[in-house]
Design a protein around this ligand. Structure first.
Ligand code: APR
Ligand code: ZN
Length: 384
């Protein structure tokens, strides 16, 4: 096959021309990677609620027209000058969270929000040199979270690319580059859940179910799973929920029920929806002395939580995280290995696999609560 290195590639992509307008499948042009960038052939990409929030324009980081998508796995097509950690043919995962390996945070052992993630508003949607690598019908397309994986080819900064084991099935492990890991890391890296503990996870989408799996891995004894969709009950139990609660079926607020059920509150609670009322409920539902509540879901921009500060005075810990507290380059390859050794489940999350052309249908299914994780693929005959 003729090399495409150094050339513009014409390929298929999903273009979000304007916020909340129907997404369209287009042929786009993807430029060659510049210095310290990697051009990746995307094999499989997950539909994450954050893509939907980006499309709705409720995140602080979307500039239109854009190519959305940020949860994916693929194969390196070519690299720009200065890239040494990967080469053409390597299997990689693009990731929304950079790990530059140079900043103070990257050098610290226990923090993961790299300085490069703190993009000033005027630079959102562009590569670090202030330009973009994709165009369609003569118009510049913006990048989304530095990844733009709803395209057959994409260009990503080297700090946002992680090399993984070539034997890993890309159509499964792709979901580790956001949703599952974001939930899974919360009890492991942030709360450091202790064996025998009692936890509550609010929202049982991919993120919440990942948190459930993390609580179980840490040895939690009782795991409450809270969701308004009763269809989540079965998968929740498979992943470790011991008590499923549908708040719509209660006569009182969910935190009052959890406090009563646990004789005073949970050791840890995880809000995995991004709903300010539930962020407060999750705080109130953890033990007043030493309980911890972790904000994992991403609320719409500008939303606020009003709460009674007495709830912190006894010593509750209230914090949040991105990407489960994991450092992408250091931790993601190990998560992939854990899946291959069957230490973590992924297949159970994937409710369907569809062609990229079905993006609109897949978003509808997520919004209707009829899907946990949908994986989209680009190959006509899907064999990896
Ligand atoms: N009470 C309880 N459960 C709720 C409520 C509510 N008021 N509202 C929504 N849910 C449940 C939904 O029924 C669904 O099962 O929360 C779950 C959310 O799952 P998904 O929509 O699949 O979202 P997910 O991809 O898991 O992401 C959750 O994390 O990464 C962020 O931006 C993302 O904020 C989003 C959150
Ligand atoms: Zn860094």
């Amino acid at each position: 096959m003729a090399t495409t290195k150094g050339q513009v590639i014409r390929c298929k992509a999903v273009v979000a021309w304007e916020k909340e307008q129907p997404l369209s499948i287009e042929e786009i042009e993807v430029e060659a990677p510049k210095a310290h960038e990697v051009r990746i052939k995307i094999i499989a990409t997950g539909v994450c609620h954050t893509d939907i929030s980006g499309w709705k324009g409720i995140l602080p980081y979307t500039r239109f027209p854009a190519v959305l998508g940020h949860e994916a796995a693929g194969i390196v097509e070519s690299v720009g000058t200065g890239v040494t950690f990967c080469k053409e043919g390597d299997h990689v995962m693009p990731i929304f969270l950079p790990q530059c390996q140079k900043c103070q945070v990257c050098k610290s052992p226990d923090k993961n929000i790299c300085d490069k993630f703190m993009v000033p508003p005027e630079k959102v949607g562009f590569m670090s040199d202030g330009t973009t690598r994709m165009t369609c019908k003569g118009k510049k397309l913006h990048h989304f979270l530095g990844t733009s994986t709803y395209s057959e080819y994409t260009v990503v900064d080297e700090s946002q690319v992680v090399k993984i084991n070539k034997d890993a099935p890309l159509d499964k492990v792709c979901i580790l580059s956001c949703g599952v890991s974001t939930g899974y890391g919360a009890p492991i890296k942030i709360a450091k859940e202790k064996p025998g503990s009692t936890c509550a996870v609010f929202g049982l989408g991919t993120v919440g179910l990942g948190a459930v799996m993390g609580c179980r891995a840490q040895g939690a004894k009782r795991i409450f799973g809270i969701d308004i969709n009763n269809d989540k009950k079965e998968i929740a139990k498979t992943l470790g929920v011991t008590d499923f609660i549908n708040p719509k079926e209660l006569g009182k607020p969910i935190h009052e029920v959890l406090i009563a059920e646990t004789n005073g509150g949970c050791d840890s609670t995880y809000e995995c929806i991004g709903n300010p009322d539930l962020i407060k409920s999750a705080l109130y539902a953890c033990k007043p002395v030493g309980g911890q509540s972790i904000v994992v879901g991403v609320p719409a921009q500008g939303k606020t939580v009003t709460f009674d500060p007495y709830n912190l005075l006894y010593g509750r810990v209230w914090t949040g995280e991105f990407y489960g507290g994991f450092k992408p380059k250091d931790d993601l390859p190990g998560l992939v290995e854990d899946y291959m050794k069957k230490k973590i489940m992924l297949d159970e999350f994937i409710t369907s696999t569809m062609a990229i052309e079905d993006i609109g249908k897949s978003i509808e299914l997520v919004l209707q609560g009829k899907a946990t994780k949908i994986v989209l693929y680009f190959k006509p005959n899907f064999v990896i």
